[in-house]
Design a protein around this ligand. Structure first.
Ligand SMILES: C[S@@+](CC[C@H](N)C(=O)[O-])C[C@H]1O[C@@H](n2cnc3c(N)ncnc32)[C@H](O)[C@@H]1O
Length: 289
């Protein structure tokens, strides 16, 4: 897979040598437990029957209704669409059901198996493969569209992942990329000074780096044992705009409010609508090559 990474300069100016192979191995082990496993358990889902998966998918699309706005499923029929980072496969299923020629890519075997089981069961066109978006096993300009929801910021090299997305797209092709917002309400609450510094830092100085703070990573993704994801990167809107400067266009919208602390008293759909665009947890980025 990927060889030893270059010396990286973190946003706080501290340089670190990171072995990309170690990051990939840690990611592959951590994400082999499908992202969404705990949700499935809380919904009482214990098998992979289509009925159970449809129930999971209905919950997921209801919880993230704005996915229908940010991913142009209705235009996918007959198009070659790559999804990066598959998790429980809800988006994979939705892309395949839209009539796209589906390709999936994930660093962990579990999500790849789940996506392939779904495709086989529904006789959909396409396949998922194991590999890293940092060194994607596809030729240049192969895809009409790339969808990467909550995955590129876990690779350890968001900047490189975005370059690969650009390489894989046909000229004029599009992408929907969701990454975590470094200036969301949660960042302000957990780490106000750091967030303030990030907010006013020069985006052109941004280089990919891991969030070292386990508490911060654990506030976003945890496995059944309670451990946070091994790699998580956060970006501001201006940093993301800078990182996607090779694309012809980039539109960013913030979404998603959690239910921690006082937020539990506000119905989530209202919180998402009122606060999401300003201090939402996630940045949805629509790109055109
Ligand atoms: C938080 S999950 C998101 C899954 C799904 N998109 C969703 O929204 O439910 C992140 C996914 O990205 C995958 N991933 C992490 N690093 C990757 C890499 N270098 N290349 C491809 N996939 C990667 C993980 O294995 C995991 O399935």
């Amino acid at each position: 897979m990927v060889t030893k990474g270059e010396g990286m300069m973190a946003a706080d100016g501290v340089s670190s040598d990171v072995d990309q192979n170690q990051i990939d191995e840690a990611n592959s082990a951590f994400w082999n437990e499908l992202c969404g496993t705990q949700l499935a358990q809380s919904l009482g889902i214990t098998d992979d029957s289509m009925e159970s998966l449809r129930r999971f998918d209905a919950w997921y699309m209801d919880f993230y209704p704005y996915l229908e706005t940010h991913i142009p499923f209705q235009s996918f029929s007959g198009q070659k669409v790559l999804e990066v980072g598959l998790g429980y496969g809800t988006v994979a299923q939705r892309i395949a059901d839209s009539g796209a020629i589906y390709s999936g890519l994930d660093i962990a075997a579990g999500p790849v198996d789940m996506a392939n089981r779904r495709l086989a069961t529904t006789n959909a066109e396409g396949a998922a493969v194991c590999g890293s978006i940092l060194d994607a096993p596809f030729p240049d300009a192969e895809f009409d569209y790339v969808v990467a929801i909550g995955s590129l910021h876990h690779t350890g090299a968001l900047d490189r992942a975005l370059c690969e997305v650009h390489r894989l797209l046909k000229p004029g092709g599009g992408a929907t990329v969701m990454v975590y917002n470094a200036a969301s309400y949660r960042q302000w609450a957990l780490s106000p000074l750091k967030t303030l510094r990030r907010r006013w830092s020069d985006p052109a100085r941004y280089v990919s780096h891991n969030e070292a703070d386990e508490r911060m990573r654990g506030a976003y993704d945890v496995n059944a044992a309670g451990a946070g994801a091994p790699q998580t990167e956060f970006v501001t809107r201006s940093e993301l705009t800078y990182l996607t400067r090779d694309f012809a266009s980039c539109d960013i919208v913030a979404e998603n409010i959690g239910s921690e602390s006082v937020l539990r008293f506000l119905p989530r759909p209202i919180a998402c609508r009122l606060l999401g665009p300003y201090i939402g947890l996630d940045l949805y980025c629509r790109l055109v090559k």
